[in-house]
Ligand binder design. Structure first.
Ligand code: DC
Length: 262
């Protein structure tokens, strides 16, 4: 279900002109160039969060953070360093030692562990199969949340996507979105995205996605939830460009509102 924008376009436009300053040109609304703004996008797997967040960041001239990449990197480390699933302490200290960080010169930013790229590894099937389990480890989540807040401080104009960005990591974010879609739609998108049409059927992918949702939503720490103040978007009936357009419109309206009340 879609929230109705709180401000009409002409109203928002008028408000956005209330403050002088350096502005980025945009379609009807203006975003102050040096104004800090954190936008969170949360939601389950297969809602197109990454693509949408990345494109939205581009359109608005903001940085983009893929927090799933951090949990995937931790999972790749666990598998590749042959750390036993039960050895949570060992895993956490290994991930701490790896000093996961992003190279922001890359588009999208590239994740590194021990100063070496690990992005080529993080979408492999073995990682995807285990990542929800790893992402449910509270000690690891605390570490990631801290890191993400540091990133937010260093990149205060940011679109960040994940499962807990609006609820836990950036509860005061200026704008929060929650993307959702029917499990079947999400499964179909994942199959297309990964080029698995010949090897995996829809039911199998659907089952995997529902299982992952279940783990992500039921963990004790930072479960997947729609924050009360988030704009909820059912992406089932839109293509990617449609979702980005919609989020961009909401964002520009919200920002116009925010800066006019500062
Ligand atoms: O968005 P993704 O598929 O790359 O996420 C991979 C896993 O990491 C997924 O199981 C959910 C988890 N995750 C999380 O728990 N918290 C986040 N902020 C981001 C991802």
């Amino acid at each position: 279900m879609l929230e109705t924008p709180s401000t009409s376009k002409p109203e928002a436009e008028a408000k956005s002109k209330a403050k002088p300053g350096a502005y980025i040109e945009c379609t009807g609304f203006e975003l102050p160039k040096y104004h800090p703004v954190i936008i969170t996008i949360d939601g389950p797997a297969g809602t197109g969060k990454s693509t949408v967040a990345r494109q939205l960041a581009k359109r608005l001239g903001l940085d983009f953070l893929d927090t799933g990449a951090m949990y995937r990197a931790a999972t790749a480390i666990m598998i590749d360093r042959k750390i036993d699933k039960e050895e949570v302490g060992e895993l956490v200290s290994m991930v701490l030692g790896a000093d996961l960080h992003f190279d922001w010169q890359h588009d999208p930013p590239m994740i590194l562990a021990w100063d070496a790229p690990i992005d080529h590894r993080i979408r492999d099937d073995d990682v995807t199969l285990l990542v929800s389990w790893v992402a449910a480890i509270p000690e690891l989540r605390h570490h990631m949340v801290r890191k993400q807040r540091v990133i937010g401080a260093q990149h205060p104009r940011l679109v960040t996507e994940g499962r807990d960005q609006g609820s836990i990591v950036f509860p005061d974010a200026a704008i929060k979105f929650y993307l959702d879609a029917d499990p079947e739609v999400r499964a179909k998108r994942r199959i297309d995205q990964l080029g698995l049409a010949d090897t995996m059927d829809l039911a199998q992918m659907c089952e995997r996605i529902v299982k992952r949702d279940e783990i992500d939503s039921n963990r004790s720490d930072g479960p997947l939830v729609c924050p009360d103040d988030a704009i909820r978007v059912d992406t089932s009936k839109y293509d990617v460009q449609g979702v980005i357009d919609l989020l961009e419109q909401h964002t520009r309206e919200r920002i116009a509102d925010l800066i006019s009340t500062e």
